[in-house]
Design a binder for this molecule. Structure first.
Ligand code: ZN
Length: 368
């Protein structure tokens, strides 16, 4: 992309907290900065600041971080809701829509924020429901320059649009937290079984992944430039949660995500433990592989998300648009189905089904 002027214009003057949410507005107490009215206020070093806004203990604050000036002269901003608990504790961020067309995470964050109350929270939750604001507006995965934000971390203050947004997110959100949950869906007509991808060799990351208790978890290969890779280099414990497909709400995946986030907050001592029996353990996968199309045509699949499959079990078939000639599609190994394409039109080589091999043999279907 061709760069514009070397220096971006100065951000606009800060506006009053942009919230029309009466619950949030009522809990904002900007006058209390530096003089919290709590019996045991956090040490001054615990004070949370995002952009030029302080987040006083026991409050929720809406912040719009300026990202870029639009062609129209107005500003595009990154919406952030920060909750600083009444008691000290860890800091965790929640983010969604790093790929602008992945919407389930935005809804997960909305429902989690509706539950959380800063007066009963320990530590801080920083929620960014739409990170790729450019892609979100245009309902696309990418930024306007076709860059993938999740290949642009840790970013740079003088780089491309994607690099600058990545840098802003690292400086204003990641740098202030010890934990993060990054919410995604499948891409390009592909839908995913609700699953956690994380660096499970790290004991603390494994502990919170097990607390999340998604239907499946595994250590996926780390992609250079991803938020996950950048966070790990900073020593942050990050979970990537994948559920459903782009531009669609998946109610089961959303509920599993809300429950998982609240269980992680409980495991970190930030929020009360949910009532009821503990959830079933995650199915832990050792590896996952895509089954690809051996020919172009129309793909018919018979497998369900979370279904246990045997090696060489038929999971579907490909036909031409007419006639009875069929090419079977088979499982590469024993495991469970964790994703598939919902678009029947496939070229040879296209990814059809994602199958995970169990770290231990699956005995029953994964919960969806
Ligand atoms: Zn994504």
């Amino acid at each position: 992309m061709t760069e514009g002027p070397a220096e971006p214009p100065a951000p606009p003057p800060e506006q009053p907290p942009a919230t029309d949410d009466p619950q949030l507005a009522a809990s904002q107490q900007p006058g209390e900065i530096g003089e919290p009215q709590l019996a045991t206020p956090p040490a001054p070093t615990d004070l949370l600041r995002i952009g030029d806004k302080m987040v006083p203990p026991g409050s929720a604050v809406r912040i719009d971080l300026p990202v870029a000036r639009l062609f129209t002269g107005g500003w595009l901003s990154l919406p952030v809701t920060a909750l600083q608990g009444a008691r000290p504790g860890p800091r965790l961020w929640l983010d969604a829509a790093i790929h602008g067309d992945e919407l389930n995470g935005m809804e997960i964050i909305r429902r989690v924020l509706a539950v959380l109350d800063p007066a009963r929270l320990a530590g801080a939750v920083i929620a960014v429901p739409v990170v790729n604001v450019f892609g979100f507006v245009q309902q696309t995965r990418y930024l306007p320059d076709r860059r993938d934000l999740n290949r642009s971390f840790p970013g740079s203050a003088r780089g491309s649009m994607a690099a600058r947004l990545a840098r802003l997110f690292i400086e204003q959100i990641v740098a202030k937290c010890g934990y993060g949950i990054d919410l995604h869906t499948g891409s390009q007509h592909r839908t995913n079984l609700p699953q956690i991808r994380a660096h499970l060799a790290d004991p603390e990351t494994r502990r919170i992944a097990e607390a999340f208790a998604a239907p499946m978890m595994y250590t996926a290969a780390e992609i250079p430039g991803s938020l996950r890779a950048a966070a790990r280099r900073r020593g942050v414990h990050l979970l990537v949660y994948e559920a459903g497909e782009p531009l669609r709400f998946d109610e089961a995946g959303i509920r599993a995500g809300v429950d998982g986030v609240l269980r992680v907050l409980a495991a970190l001592g930030m929020w009360e433990a949910p009532e009821g029996p503990p959830p079933p353990r995650s199915f832990e996968a050792e590896e996952a592989a895509w089954v690809r199309a051996r020919r172009s045509g129309i793909f018919h699949h018979s497998a369900k998300l979370g279904e246990p499959v045997k090696r060489h079990q038929q999971l579907g078939y490909i036909t031409p648009p007419w006639g009875n000639e069929t090419t079977p599609v088979k499982a590469p190994f024993e495991g469970i189905v964790i994703g598939f394409t919902s678009n029947p039109l496939v070229y040879r080589g296209d990814a059809l089904l994602h199958v995970a091999r169990a770290a231990r043999a699956p005995s029953r279907p994964a919960r969806v």
